[in-house]
Write a protein that binds this ligand. Structure first.
Ligand SMILES: N[C@@H](CCC(=O)N[C@@H](CS)C(=O)NCC(=O)O)C(=O)O
Length: 153
């Protein structure tokens, strides 16, 4: 089982350790553009980290990878699904995380953390634009809609 990534990804480590799985972390040198060339592109044709290999199975997209691990190793380690719990809030808020929260948060991570690390300059207009988008999402997360719909308060 191999996890290809440039950085330490807490959600994968949490998932792999909870499932008590052995794996190898294969570093991808994004600074030299390793993720945009073969052989990495054969793991993720979009040239992004992370990617994951389990036997003949090759996966990319972080949410697909963690869901695959939870499903494939359902009977090992900690149970990561929630049988018997209402499914609707889980489905909705998983999509919100993927489509509302993650795009501006990832962009800010890229501009403010990775670009300086690789010695390239931060796009300040992109930072401003994505800070504003993220603030709107965080307002929803902190608002009464979430308290009622998700937390049932
Ligand atoms: N939707 C993808 C996003 C992956 C992603 O944005 N990866 C970033 C690093 S955290 C990346 O590879 N950026 C380099 C690029 O897009 O060229 C996932 O969740 O796996």
């Amino acid at each position: 089982m191999d996890l290809f990534s440039q950085q330490l990804l807490s959600e994968f480590f949490a998932c792999l350790y909870e499932k008590e799985l052995e794996f190898e972390l294969v570093p991808v040198d994004m600074g030299s553009g390793e993720h945009k060339k073969e052989p990495y592109l054969s793991l993720n044709p979009f040239g992004q980290v992370p990617a994951f290999e389990h036997g003949d199975q090759k996966l990319f997209e972080s949410r697909a990878i963690t869901q695959y691990i939870a499903h494939e190793f359902a009977n090992k380690g900690t149970k990561l699904d929630c049988p018997g719990q209402p499914i609707a809030p889980l489905l909705v808020w998983k999509e919100v995380e993927a489509h509302q929260f993650d795009p501006p948060a990832s962009k800010l991570n890229w501009e403010l953390v990775f670009k300086p690390m690789f010695g390239t300059s931060t796009d300040t207009a992109a930072v401003e634009e994505n800070e504003a988008k993220l603030a709107k999402v965080l307002d929803v997360y902190g608002g009464s809609f979430v308290s009622i719909q998700v937390l049932g308060m």
